[in-house]
Design a protein around this ligand. Sequence first.
Ligand code: ZN
Length: 333
Amino acid sequence: MHTDSGDLVAALDIGGTKIAGALVDGAGRPRVRARRPTPAREDGATVMAAVAAVLDELARTGEWPLVRAVGIGSAGPVDASAGTVSPVNVPGWRGFPLVAEVARRVGGLPVTLVGDGVAMTAAEHWQGAARGRADALCMVVSTGVGGGLVLGGRLRSGPTGNAGHIGHISVDLDGEPCACGSRGCVERIASGPNIARRALEAGWRPGSDGDRSAAGVAAAARAGDPVALASFDRAARALAAGIAATATLVEIEVAVIGGGVAEAGDVLFGPLREHLRDYAVLSFASGVEVLPARLGSDAGVVGAAAAAAAEAGLWGLGSGTGEGTGGGTASGM
Ligand SMILES: [Zn+2]
């Protein structure tokens, strides 16, 4: 048990476009940062070399000797119990032994792996919009839809680190096929690319800036474009149905929503809160609050640090989130 407030955790946030690293302190502040683009189309060893470059840059700083643990949040699917990752957008990594590869580069430090949705949840629970909440669903709505759960005051990530994966709950029984193999998933309706696709199919055309993304649809919706508004409304309904299902199943008190699509603001949150009244109807579920996430692009590294600190018993986090993290840990390798 390390209680020294000077302890740091080295955190990695691995996604399909970038690998971000940071040395995070006990107040949740990233003190040193490093970053490389993800060579997502290259072979597995090349992707790992980019991760190693981020670690090397962090290790060269004067603060590295204060590092007590390493936390990794990765695009999924992950298998935290096996220490492996298979990110959909990084085809060179299938069952890739990321925990072992990182562990052998950081001496005897313990290494904890969680999925990116769980990392974001750990961050929002520790320092963000879910702080102080015993039961929460946190979601990232961007290129995909991910999430994680806090239950009974603890991060609940499940045996493989994927619990709370709200994006692949079906909310439309006869809906369109989803990349995951199911159909009518929340992600198939509410992700940024699907918001944009649906708007374009219904006749929406980008403005003078040519922005065909969900951000372009959001701008049009704010200006009152009915097709753009309808596409956001449909996404909001899917999210509301997923949140209502979660509230009914495990009695969450708050749903925190981050990611690029959440930056649309009222265009998303307005209809979402409205539809939630239609779907979360039982007395114990109807009070669920919806809040925007607070940590933005730092959520990945801050959350990976929180998960690792909980596993390692740092910063007093072990008692609050320890047993439930389910993070894969390689100790003393
Ligand atoms: Zn799916």
